[in-house]
Ligand binder design. Structure first.
Ligand SMILES: [Cu+2]
Length: 407
């Protein structure tokens, strides 16, 4: 007998990725040889390494997850649904370090590799995780000739009002990071964006082997093996960044996480002040391109900074139950908001709109798709960025999670 296991309802190897939120899965018999009944009992479990990813299963849309489930599967080839989830605190360390297995009696009848792919603190990545992230990001840049140029062009003076100073600030940057992360995953599917926790020291991030060390003039230095040394934007090689804090020992002077969460429990109370500090304050804790909106996205550190901004929003959403766009306190829509900043609005540049008040170009095209998550589709709307875990509606799941934000 043989069965086929589909993670995220797909046989594609690109779909074998889970987070802390349930992924829909299927099992079906592809070869019934040896079965003596119209329906057989298939036991689904997973094999993990001592330190890497761990997953659990359940048969229905509600209830507890467990290490093993028994699923009655018809031998006529009909698919039977089940759900898989990463166990919080046990993300993968490498591609496919979990193997989902199906047994009929004692016989292994199917298996598929799976990865618990989670956004982690940059300061605590393993060296291989760090190096895979850098390699994928450097390849996206491709010495200034790669697809990264689109992401650079999406975050400029012209696009400033699409993305900043209004309620859409957090949703727009969530979409922007997700689009970039999916491009990185098309290069290396093991990669997730790491975050720079800017209210804590990050001595392992500000090294020549990772995001670089600035010399007295602000030119960022890399070790010979670091592919970031070939970084080029706007036709200019290198990165200019001069920190105003001791990167090897201290964080910049920004609002701590606890102070940020204390801003309030409504989006109205939270977004504006946090956009100023810690977000803006983290940007201007350096001199150089990252300190100003028109040039900030030239520096790869920008994406780790914003990943933490997004993580703060995610953690705040969880603490306060703010995933549902239909709950007023989850967002601050208003008829006075500029277009692009209300829940039903599509976001530039993914919507391709280039008539005023939108910018005159829409670089990068539509949102990258992902085999492991159906949402948000090619032209994301503001409201689709809120329920990123599918808490309110499973179909909304965007396919990412943070190492310290449980389900
Ligand atoms: Cu921005």
């Amino acid at each position: 007998m043989n069965v086929e296991l589909q993670i995220n309802n797909s046989v594609s190897a690109r779909a074998g990725f889970v987070t802390w939120s349930p992924s829909p899965c299927r099992v079906r018999v592809t070869n019934p040889t040896g079965a003596t009944t119209p329906t057989v009992s298939i036991v689904i479990t997973a094999r993990s390494t001592a330190t890497g990813g761990v997953v659990a299963f359940r048969t229905g849309t509600t209830g507890q997850f467990s290490a093993s489930i028994t699923v009655p599967v018809p031998i006529n080839g009909t698919s039977v649904p089940f759900f898989t989830v990463g166990r919080f605190g046990r993300p993968s360390l490498s591609l496919g370090d979990v193997v989902v297995e199906a047994r009929f009696g004692n016989t292994l009848v199917g298996s598929v590799p799976c990865t618990v792919r989670i956004r982690k603190n940059a300061n605590t990545l393993t060296a291989p995780e760090r190096d895979r992230f850098i390699a994928a990001f450097a390849q996206l840049n491709n010495q200034g000739m790669g697809r990264f140029a689109d992401f650079r062009n999406m975050h400029t003076r012209a696009s400033d009002p699409e993305a900043h100073g209004a309620p859409g600030f957090l949703p727009w940057h969530r979409a922007y990071l997700l689009d970039l992360e999916r491009e990185l995953q098309a290069i290396d599917p093991s990669v997730a964006l790491p975050y720079w926790r800017f209210d804590q020291p990050a001595p392992n991030l500000f090294t020549r082997d990772f995001i670089g060390v600035s010399d007295a003039l602000g030119t960022v230095q890399f070790s010979p093996a670091n592919p970031f040394r070939f970084w080029v934007t706007d036709g200019v090689p290198g990165i200019n960044r001069r920190p105003f804090f001791n990167t090897s020992a201290a964080p910049p002077g920004v609002r701590t996480e606890a102070q940020t969460f204390a801003l309030g429990t409504t989006y109205l109370a939270f977004r504006g002040p946090m956009e100023g500090n810690p977000h803006g304050q983290a940007h201007v804790s350096f001199d150089g391109s990252i300190s100003s909106i028109p040039t900030a996205a030239k520096d790869p550190l920008f994406f780790l900074l914003h990943c933490n901004v997004d993580r703060l929003w995610a953690k705040w959403q969880r603490q306060n139950g703010r995933f549902d766009p239909a709950v007023a306190a989850s967002y601050s829509g208003s008829p006075n908001n500029r277009i692009g900043h209300n829940l039903p609005d599509t976001m530039w540049p993914w919507n391709g709109v280039t008539t005023p008040p939108r910018p005159s170009t829409a670089p990068g095209g539509t949102m990258a798709s992902a085999p492991a998550a159906a949402a948000p589709g090619p032209q994301p709307r503001v409201e689709q960025m809120l329920d990123y875990r599918g808490t309110v509606n499973a179909i909304s799941r965007l396919g990412f999670d943070y190492d310290d934000v449980p389900a």
